[in-house]
Design a protein around this ligand. Structure first.
Ligand SMILES: C[S@@+](CC[C@H](N)C(=O)[O-])C[C@H]1O[C@@H](n2cnc3c(N)ncnc32)[C@H](O)[C@@H]1O
Length: 350
């Protein structure tokens, strides 16, 4: 039993079952035993790999896309370049290197990271020493706002509901002896799921991310007030349906209740929920299409010229993983947020 499992079992025995969102929040962010609070989970020695860790091309193209949005918006200065959930800071380091030659861009920007994990803040400081860190997006300074969120929203806790004849039953984490197990609450009407009565039937599972509307609302309010753009990239689809909760430990699927605090817990992102919560304009496409439109193949060919043997093979494989529909190209989507009177960021034109 993990130390966090013991704590949770005690708490549930004393006060009753907790929602899946409360369980996930402790598993991921408990200050002492939470998954992100205690480790750097990326790379070969960690539990998973993200796009910026696969290839420098990812961060480079995202940086250039935001720099182009800044040019299209008349090169405002000063601006805020922010990343929420920056992991190891690799994406931002690649974005900054790629945009060095964009006249005036670096002089205009300050880098802000929104990160709750003290362990990962240390890694990020090694990659981008001049950043400023925040616990939440609200404390960022006001001004033209350019934001990146890659695989951030999938790490936010979700609630899960199963529809039945009498309403929605919420998935709750309970305890039997010292084993955590999943149960269902009594059925009840759920106001925020009213609009899902039309397209679901008894037995369907729907997920809801409680933190999403306020975070997206804050991002889009800043873009509407001051100009800017946001690129949110993640795996998921348009409108939540079905159980997408997954646990990953040592690059392998695990039981989400088995080792709380020691496995990564994620859920697919509902891109319709992002579009609905945004007060700015939005545009969605797949990661593969987005990266191809930004010129990843030309960039890959240029980088390939300096490579041979195993390094060249790895580079070709990285290009495939980022873009191919059988890898990340179709499962991952990109949603761009941009001002109502503005043009969509590059790569999201149609
Ligand atoms: C899956 S990682 C993605 C990392 C990075 N964007 C990448 O692509 O490699 C999720 C990141 O979000 C951070 N995070 C999770 N919940 C957060 C929250 N509520 N506020 C800020 N950061 C959070 C984690 O510590 C981690 O840096």
């Amino acid at each position: 039993m993990t130390p966090l499992a013991a704590l949770l079992a005690q708490r549930i025995a004393a006060t009753g079952p907790i929602s899946l969102a409360d369980y996930m929040a402790d598993c991921l962010m408990h200050p002492k035993y939470g998954y992100y609070a205690t480790r750097d989970p990326f790379g070969v020695s960690g539990d998973f790999t993200t796009a910026p860790e696969i290839s420098q091309m990812f961060g480079e193209l995202i940086g250039l896309c935001l720099a182009q949005a800044w040019i299209d918006q008349g090169m405002p200065s000063p601006i805020i370049l922010a990343e929420i959930g920056p992991g190891r800071g690799t994406l931002m380091a690649d974005a900054l290197r790629a945009t060095k030659g964009v006249a005036g861009f670096h002089a205009a920007l300050t880098v802000h990271f929104i990160e709750t994990s003290a362990t990962l803040r240390k890694r990020q400081a090694e990659a981008v020493p001049n950043a400023t860190w925040h616990d939440s997006i609200e404390t960022l300074p006001q001004g033209p706002f350019y934001l990146i969120a890659n695989e951030f929203f999938d790490a936010l806790p979700i609630r899960q509901f199963t529809r039945d004849a009498e309403g929605w039953r919420e998935h709750m984490v309970g305890v039997e002896g010292d084993t955590l197990l999943m149960g269902l609450s009594a059925p009840a009407p759920i106001a925020m799921l009213e609009d899902r009565l039309a397209d679901t039937k008894a037995g369907d599972i729907v997920e809801y991310c409680p933190a999403l509307p306020s975070i997206v609302g804050e991002i889009s309010a800043r873009i509407e007030a001051h100009g800017g753009a946001a690129l949110i990239i993640d795996y998921g689809d348009w409108r939540s349906l079905g159980n997408t909760l997954q646990a990953l430990q040592d690059h392998a699927p695990a039981n989400p209740l088995a080792n709380p605090g020691q496995a990564d817990l994620t859920a697919h992102v509902d891109f319709e929920a992002i579009a609905k919560a945004a007060t700015s304009f939005t545009r969605v496409t797949t990661q593969g299409v987005f990266l191809e439109r930004l010129g990843i193949t030309a960039r890959a060919q240029a980088l390939a010229k300096g490579l041979t043997d195993a390094a060249l093979e790895a580079h070709i494989q990285a290009h495939w993983r980022l873009t191919h529909p059988d890898a990340m190209g179709a499962l991952f989507k990109v949603i761009g947020l941009f001002p109502k009177n503005g043009t969509p960021p590059a790569g999201l034109e149609i």
